[in-house]
Ligand binder design. Structure first.
Ligand SMILES: Cc1ncc(COP(=O)(O)O)c(C=O)c1O
Length: 401
């Protein structure tokens, strides 16, 4: 059951799912078998070996494919264009294997530190990848980069991690299509509830499932979804050939997480907005970056492309600049209690971190400086706790700054 006509809230629960044909179980079993019996060599039920075929992983892959509107049918591609991996980075690594040695990749300048590390410190050496970092919030800069050397792929992350820049997806997709460039969008921060890259013309959507899709900080995973049958065929081959697949226990947790994505995102968005507005008025906070604030440089684009149930909605990620430097940031971060000082984001519990020292330490210091990832920058992932408890926690910690 593809359910393309249903609302996203219903697709979180039912998209790509069907009861077990033998038992009628409404949730798929965790399929642990690594191998499957064959009646005669090559005669089997469509399952040979679990890296290639796993029913629990397939169920999650159909779920995310449906949510991202891949539009591919099970006849075209077994999991309708959805592919699940052991981590977000395993998904990115596999996606990069669509490229040939020496290809150019235009990447958003502000991307997750691990993505930057993979492009510049691994693939550049091992595959001659030529990453070119461009501020894609200005689509004219993408056009300008194309004049130098045509890239094979454009990599967009929006909102970006950690400076929350917002890229106009429709504008970038139009340019990429015109020039025959594969376009990929890391949709981790917005989730399919808020932002619809394939519907805006992108070829591939990527997720760190570890974040909002899993939603409970208890699983590491990644996903790719495409609406192009040619790319689905290549990704299916690469997923199996490279082997960085999501395991069945993780697929079960990821699928369970997606079922509640709609209600969680609603709360993340409401609290994110409320807390961003509160922080913007706080004297110890120099600046707040949140796509929902009128002060955000790309607020107009965010309003247009980030929506929840037809209304603008901006997610649960907030970036703030504390008044002061590293010492003040440390005092603030050492004194939060409900916000857990930890890497990652997108869980039901609120998290807070210092990108320059924690998640983005792998980005070279000069690039961090150019991007504004300074020692007074702190990133918040607003969870689903009561807003007032979260504000009280921040208020007490800011008193130490
Ligand atoms: C935007 C974004 N993309 C990709 C990743 C990598 O995902 P994973 O940690 O699941 O490998 C992360 C991790 O923080 C991220 O924030």
């Amino acid at each position: 059951m593809a359910h393309p006509h249903l609302h996203l809230e219903s697709r979180c629960v039912h998209g790509g799912q069907h009861p077990d044909p033998v038992t009628g179980a409404v949730m798929p079993a965790i399929a642990t078998s690594s191998t499957f019996i064959q009646e005669s060599p090559g005669v089997h039920k469509g399952f040979e070996y679990s890296r290639s075929h796993n029913a629990t992983r397939f169920a999650f892959e159909r779920s995310i494919a449906n949510l991202e509107s891949s539009g591919l049918s099970e006849e075209q591609e077994r999991t309708c264009g959805g592919f699940a991996f052991a981590s977000g980075l395993a998904a990115i690594s596999t996606c990069l294997e669509l490229l040939d040695t020496g290809d150019t990749l235009v990447s958003m300048d502000d991307v997750y530190g691990g993505t930057h590390r993979l492009f510049s410190k691994v693939r550049q050496r091992s595959a001659g990848l030529a990453p070119v970092y461009v501020d894609l919030t200005n689509p004219a800069l993408f056009e300008a980069a194309l004049q130098k050397k045509k890239p094979a792929m454009v990599w967009v992350e929006t909102p970006t991690n950690p400076t929350l820049k917002v890229v106009d997806l429709a504008a970038i997709a139009t340019i990429a299509k015109k020039h025959g460039i594969i376009s990929v969008c890391d949709n981790t921060f917005a989730t399919p509830m808020l932002q619809r890259p394939l519907e805006m013309g992108f070829d591939i959507v990527m997720h760190s499932v570890t974040k909002y899709l899993g939603g409970h900080s208890d699983v590491v995973g990644g996903a790719l979804v495409t609406n192009r049958a040619d790319l689905a065929e290549k990704l299916r081959f690469l997923q199996n050939a490279i082997g960085g697949v999501m395991g069945p226990f993780d697929a079960y947790l990821a699928l369970r997480g997606v079922k509640t994505l709609a209600v969680r995102m609603q709360r993340h968005c409401e609290s994110g907005m409320h807390i961003a507005q509160w922080l913007e008025k706080h004297p110890k906070v120099e600046r707040v970056v949140y796509p929902g604030l009128a002060s955000h440089a790309q607020h107009a684009v965010a309003k247009k492309q980030m929506q929840l149930a037809g209304k603008p909605a901006f997610g649960g990620m907030i970036t703030i600049f504390i008044r002061g430097g590293l010492a003040e940031s440390r005092r603030f971060l050492e004194n939060v209690h409900m916000f857990a000082l930890a890497e990652s984001l997108g869980g039901v519990e609120s998290l807070i971190e210092h990108p320059a020292i924690m998640t983005h330490a792998s980005v070279p210091a000069e690039s961090r400086k150019a991007l504004g990832i300074s020692d007074n920058l702190v990133r918040l992932s607003v969870g689903i706790e009561h807003q007032q408890d979260l504000i009280n926690d921040l208020e007490k910690a800011l008193a130490h700054v």
